[in-house]
Write a new protein. Sequence first.
Length: 334
Amino acid sequence: MRSLLTVSAAAALLLLTGAVPAAADDGDRPDRTFTIEDSRITESSGLAASRIHPGVYWTHNDSEDGPYVYAIDSRTGKTVATITMEGVGEPRDVEAISLGPDGNLYVGDIGDNLDGSWDHVWIYRFPEPKRLADATVRATQFDVTYADGGRNAEAMMVHPKTGRVYIASKNEDGGGLYEGPRKLTTGGSNVFRKVGEVPWVTDGAFSPDGGEVVFRSYFSARAYAFEDGRLGADHAVSVPLQGQSESVTYTADGSAMMFGSEGEGSEVVRVEVEGRDGGERGKAPSPNGGGGGVSPGDSGDGDGGDATKGTATGGAVAVVVIVLALIAARRRRG
């Protein structure tokens, strides 16, 4: 469970410093910034870009929804398929979704808001449907444990070349990157072992070539070089400000990252990747449409004095809205 004070304080800091990039106009192309229109999806906690349906993104609710996965068309924000998983237990705290090189969707029931009190968590796997229509599919369920004890986690990534599954644990003081066995198996526990340190993570995703992995938190993101199963050099990635920032995935062609949020009618925002479509590395669109948001560590200083004041004023109002929304969400869950 996220800390209301922590989230609110971070929101205030970003808003008052003016680091609030706005979405650009993407026209009618797929993989555009979009709003999830389905009223059933109120806690979108993971995103995965389809490789066989251009512009379609797979997502799911956090908890208390059932064994459902939804396909959303980014051009319209509409749900084009609802998949019901059968052959699995009752989902507990679904936090992540990823597409493997085998053409399977992997769904991570890996959340543990009691910080590691559960002795195991689950991963569900089923083939990505070739036809977009409501359907019931038989999924395979894998038991997962950690070599060093239970963990809360919200990020699960399948490497696009090796097919190996990784989980990043979530902790305000920093978590760990855990590597699964070479191949997941049924009939026993799949032990994940720690192979690296990560910041506070709410989701993660590999680039399509597998050479980079990005981890996001509520108000920041970092991308790391990834080679031979280990993290390398990292750099900051600018992120859009979202009320309950939860998810990230790369577009299927790797030209951009898509950042999602929880909440009814939540927005998924496109952020260009350096060297693709003229974008800069991990830069979110700026408020004036110029394509240069403020990355973590950037001062954001410039000649826009009045604009900064305006952002701060608007930011104060936005913080109140965010806090009230979070309080309401917590009351609903309670």
